[in-house]
Design a protein around this ligand. Structure first.
Ligand code: 5GP
Ligand code: MG
Length: 196
């Protein structure tokens, strides 16, 4: 794995420090939004991680949030196989159906074209949550679809294809512990005749 890496953009230590800050900030903001009985009861906070890229970030982030919460996973497909460009987002699992009146936080690895976040935001908003915000580890410096944005952003990075800390290339490198680019010879856009 290591020999496929070209350049580390965000180190493991930088990620850990920033995720701690984000978790604490997010938890404090959620607490502020809730009346005392709701805080104690803890049934109103729901994190909605977008699978699969958000898994690593989610696992670290939620443990930096000292409050009661539930999870409601959603899977979105936008990068089939070896492609490097978003092919448009589609929901590939049921969205949790009980988000009305809840404080919902969408958690994703990266905000790129914005199609994923725009779609999930729109579908969750239809359920009338008490509050809705989005938390992403990374945001690429570029325009996002529908002008969508995330309230919580860990790092802004250049518009390059990155892997690690949950982000994959053709299903691999999710377990690489930092955010990095791949050597060009490792990254080949799938052509019409290449295997999926
Ligand atoms: P968007 O819909 O904003 O274009 O893309 C969001 C999703 O595409 C992310 O959740 C992530 O899974 C994937 N994605 C976007 N940019 C990158 C990237 O640079 N590397 C990888 N591995 N995935 C990306
Ligand atoms: Mg994703």
């Amino acid at each position: 794995m290591e020999r496929d890496i070209e350049r580390v953009l965000v180190s493991t230590d930088e990620i850990a420090a920033r995720v701690r800050e984000m978790g604490n900030r997010l938890a404090a903001d959620l607490m502020d939004r809730m009346p005392a009985e709701e805080r104690a009861d803890g049934s109103s906070v729901v994190l909605v991680p977008i699978m699969t890229g958000a898994v690593v970030f989610l696992a670290d982030l939620m443990r930096e949030m000292p409050l009661k919460m539930r999870l409601g996973l959603v899977a979105v497909t936008s990068y089939p196989g070896k492609s490097l460009e978003s092919k448009g987002a589609s929901i590939s699992s049921e969205l949790p159906a009980d988000l009305g009146g809840k404080h919902v936080v969408i958690v994703d690895d990266i905000l790129d074209s914005g199609q994923t976040l725009a779609l999930v935001r729109r579908l969750i908003a239809e359920q009338a949550p008490a509050s809705l915000s989005a938390c992403v580890l990374l945001e690429k410096k570029r325009e996002h679809a529908e002008g969508v944005s995330a309230e919580y952003v860990g790092f802004t990075i250049p518009d390059e294809f990155v892997v690690g800390y949950g982000l994959d290339y053709d299903g691999q490198y999710r377990n690489y512990p930092a955010i990095a680019t791949l050597k060009p010879e490792r990254v080949r856009e799938a052509g019409p005749n290449s295997p999926a």
